[in-house]
Design a protein around this ligand. Sequence first.
Ligand SMILES: [Fe+2]
Length: 252
Amino acid sequence: MNKIILAFSILVTSNAYLSATPKENINLNTTSISESASQADPNSVKAKGKFQLVTLNYGYSDLEKSIDAETMEIHYSKHYLGYTNNLNNAIIGTEMENQSIETILKNLDMNNSAVRNNGGGYYNHSLYFSTMSPKGGGSPKGEIANEIKKDFGSFDELKKQLSDAGAKQFGSGWAWLILTEDGKLAVTSTANQDNPLMPNQTVKGTPILGIDVWEHAYYLRYQNKRADYLNAYFNVVDWDAVNNNYRNAIKK
Ligand SMILES: [Fe+2]
């Protein structure tokens, strides 16, 4: 009888060990990746050359309710930094070295793929990262709330149009809220790193809010569910920043 109990006890212990070991390893790895992204400092990321990244007033893990820390870190410190360094290299020795990014994009030769992709990537990501906040979300406030009501009828309608624009953009691209040249708000989308400032766009204007729908912006948490990411984005959109962008756009 004792032998039976001993054998049973070894079997249980072995199974517990075998099943617990891989689980523990997976958890440890996940924790370590997530901790490293949470602890990394966005302000230590510096571009080389004229154009610099926008400074984040939040950490990579601070938008966790909508976007995970690892995605934020890779997006900011790898993708955004890459576009910025590539733009800086592409304009060396040209008149663009002395121009603002808006002037560069408005007068862009669309066949100049280095500046089109990287100048667009720089401008678009600068807007994206500076228009999110851990204190964001909720309903629009201030001047932009009135303009949204005037041009869309309601925030729900704007949200629907922006979400549709992002969801229907085939492949990589952006969904935009822009101020058009006739002073109205409009929703549009663009492919790749194009934006509504560039020549030959179907709908032109100054972006005041941009949602990145490239897979690198959401895939780790949302996989193929782009619509869920778009919905979650509205929990971190910074309406104070959108108001600032709007005020700057109407001055131009
Ligand atoms: Fe991106």
